[in-house]
Design a protein. Structure first.
Length: 174
């Protein structure tokens, strides 16, 4: 009998205290998960070949005059014009909409009979040089700087170049 009375005095954790600790523990875990998710989402993730970095896009000989090549992850079009290469930012300078290349529509330049950029939001139209040929856009499409090293084209998508008009010096010569 002496053992029965000694175990009654040392009851351990009551059901009420156990549930209280379980609820506080679950709340703490949820709080930590939310805080961790928030911190991870705020941390910049620049992957190689993606937007915000320098991207190798191929050799100079891979592109013909009049060609437009879209780089989805890098968010630009590489345009080979008679003056050289232009890396056109896909964002419309009017209100920031993504401007798609329409290969089947009538061309706005003399490099080919078809192909132009059409902004779906407000109808701005651009040629292969990124010049505005119609619509409310106040200026040409923005550019990214291009370097040619050893015959390789390298586009710096971390630097956006705004321009008031097209000038032949903006095209990087091959």
């Amino acid at each position: 009998m002496a053992t029965a009375t000694s175990t009654e005095g040392k009851r351990g954790l009551s059901r009420r205290n156990f549930l209280r600790l379980a609820w506080w523990g679950a709340a703490g875990v949820l709080l930590l998960e939310g805080l961790g998710g928030t911190l991870v989402s705020l941390w910049p993730r620049v992957k190689e070949g993606g937007f915000g970095g320098k991207i190798k896009v191929g050799r100079v000989d891979d592109y013909t005059v009049g060609s437009i090549t879209y780089f989805t992850d890098a968010r630009f079009y590489l345009s080979r014009v008679d003056d050289g290469f232009l890396a056109l930012y896909r964002k419309c300078p009017h209100l920031g909409c993504v401007v798609p290349w329409r290969a089947t529509e009538r061309s706005e330049d003399k490099l080919a009979s078809n192909g132009r950029f059409n902004c779906p939001c407000h109808g701005s139209i651009y040629d292969r040089y990124g010049r505005v040929t119609g619509g409310p856009a106040p200026r040409p499409m923005d550019l990214f700087p291009i370097k040619i090293e050893g015959g390789e084209l390298i586009v710096d998508t971390g630097t956006v170049v705004q321009r008031p008009a097209y000038d032949k010096s903006q095209a990087v010569k091959a």
